[in-house]
Design a protein. Sequence first.
Length: 212
Amino acid sequence: MNLKNFIVVFALLTIGFSFAQPIKIGVKAGLNLSNCHTSMSFGELYNNKLGYHFGIIGLLNSSETFGVQPEILYSRQGFVGGKTEYRFYADQAPSYATPVFHFDYLNLPVMLNYSPIGKLSLQAGPQLGLLLNHSINLREVSGDISEFEDELTSTDASSLSTFDFGLAFGAQVNLQKWLIQLRYILGITGIAKNGEGIQNRNLQLSLGYFLK
């Protein structure tokens, strides 16, 4: 499935719900605090990375208590690796750098809303992500890695999964046309195609506004 088909699926889903119930359309943006989970022994070397997200949201309330909230979001996330030693020749002094992994996704969460009291909504639902871009930056470089820097910071995404599937959980406070949202996304599928156990983790804080 390419980007065009991905957007068409979202549009059809939204249109289908809109025929059944009145829909509110809005926009939202906010911060990501992302990382990854791994079952590998060096997983403790990964650190949080600050990113951002923005996009369009729809709200379809079937009653005062229950509703569905589909969204389409651009999200920059990833993680910071631990300080890594690079030695390119046997007799070379080691060089060190901290790699920062960036992943740009087009994410499609479809959240089920439950409003137990007043303006508070509890949310849960699936999220499908489409990888748009990938890059690596090096921080805290010591030693000479210039000869191999292009290779170490390659943007080749051929070894990465095109799609990312996860489960999202959170809460939302609705203040007339404004909303404040806190959400945690638990990646289920692996980031890499080879099946290695590395999944995305992302904590989002968002501010939104309904246009109608």
